[in-house]
Design a protein around this ligand. Structure first.
Ligand code: LER
Ligand code: MN
Length: 270
C-alpha cells in the first residue's frame, strides 16, 4: 500500500477535508517532505493547470498522482449526475469526462463523490440510481481508454441518500454489470455507516480500489477513535495494493495532520 495526501486548489472548498492548500509547488514540496508517496488532486476543473505542469511537478518532487477528485463540479458549478434537469446532468457528465481525461493522462483515476447527487425534489430513488448507473457505464468506458479505473465513492447519509455503504456499492456494480468501476472506502463515511469497517472491506474487497484514510472525526488517523489496525489487516487480506490517501481536515494544522498520518501508517503492519 502506498501513501497519498490531498491538496486543494478550490477556494470554495475551504471547509473541506483537504490538507494542503498552498500553491501547487509548495503543496508538492510539503507532501514530499512529510514523507508521502503521492498526492491526490482537488482542482477547480480540467483547465486549471496543464497536464504537463502536473507531470513536471510529479517528476521534480518524486511524487505520484494517486487520484483526481471531481467535487468541484458540485461545490463550484452546482452539477450533479442525478439532477432533475437533463441539461445539468449532461453538463455534469461532461465535467466528469474532462476530469477523467485530465487524470488519465497522468495515469490517475478520477473519483465520483459529491457529484453523484441525491434523489428527491421530484426525482425518485429508482430514477436517480438509473441515471447514476448510466453515467457510471460511460465513465468506466472513458477511463478504460486511459487504462485506469473510475472510482465511485459511497458517502455518508448527510451527503447522499443514494448509496451509503460499501456492500450497497458492490451490489450496485454487480447488478448493473458495471465494468472498470471500483469503490472508494472512505473510512470517515464508513465510520458513520458501516456496522464493522474491517468486515465491510472483507465483504467487498475485490471492488475496493481506493481508500480515504481518515479517523472517525475526519482528522488525521490517531486523532479520533477509529482503530486502523483491523481495517488495514482486512485490506491486506483482500490483497489491496492501492493508496491510503489522507482526505482529512488540516488539524491542528496541515503539517501536523500530514505528519500524524504518516506516523499512523508507519506504525501499522502493511
Ligand atoms: C469526497 O471524497 C468525500 O469524501 C466527500 O465527503 C467530500 O465532501
Ligand atoms: Mn472521501
Amino acid at each position: 500500500m502506498r501513501t497519498a495526501i490531498t491538496l486543494s486548489q478550490v477556494p470554495e472548498a475551504a471547509e473541506g477535508p483537504f490538507v494542503f492548500r498552498e500553491t501547487l509547488p509548495e503543496a508538492f514540496q510539503l507532501a514530499k517532505e512529510t514523507g508521502f508517496d503521492a498526492v491526490e488532486l482537488f482542482l477547480p476543473g480540467p483547465d486549471h493547470v496543464s497536464v504537463d505542469k502536473i507531470k513536471s511537478l510529479s517528476a521534480s518532487y518524486g511524487l505520484g498522482i494517486a487520484a483526481v477528485g471531481t467535487g468541484a463540479g458540485m461545490v463550484k458549478h452546482g452539477l450533479s449526475l442525478t439532477d432533475s434537469s437533463a441539461e445539468k446532468r449532461a453538463a455534469a457528465l461532461e465535467f466528469i469526462v474532462q476530469m477523467i481525461t485530465f487524470g488519465g493522462q497522468l495515469g490517475a483515476p478520477a473519483i465520483l463523490g459529491s457529484m453523484q447527487g441525491k434523489h428527491g425534489g421530484g426525482v425518485s430513488k429508482d430514477q436517480a440510481l438509473e441515471w447514476l448507473a448510466e453515467a457510471l457505464v460511460f465513465a468506466g468506458e472513458t477511463a478504460a481508454a486511459f487504462d485506469v479505473p473510475f472510482i465511485y465513492e459511497p458517502l455518508n447519509r448527510y451527503e447522499t441518500n443514494l448509496i451509503n455503504r460499501l456492500e450497497e456499492g458492490a451490489d450496485f456494480i454487480e447488478s448493473n454489470s458495471l465494468s472498470n468501476i471500483v469503490l472508494l472506502a472512505d473510512l470517515f463515511h464508513m465510520n458513520i455507516e458501516e456496522e464493522n469497517l474491517a468486515a465491510a472491506i472483507r465483504a467487498t474487497g475485490k471492488h475496493v480500489g481506493h481508500v480515504h484514510y481518515a479517523d472517525s472525526n475526519r482528522s488525521a488517523m490517531g486523532l479520533g477513535h477509529t482503530d486502523p489496525a483491523p481495517i488495514v489487516a482486512a485490506l491486506k487480506e483482500v490483497a489491496y495494493t492501492g493508496y491510503l490517501s489522507a482526505e482529512i481536515f488540516p488539524q491542528p494544522d496541515s503539517k501536523q495532520a500530514a505528519i500524524q498520518t504518516i506516523q499512523s501508517i508507519r506504525s501499522l503492519d502493511l
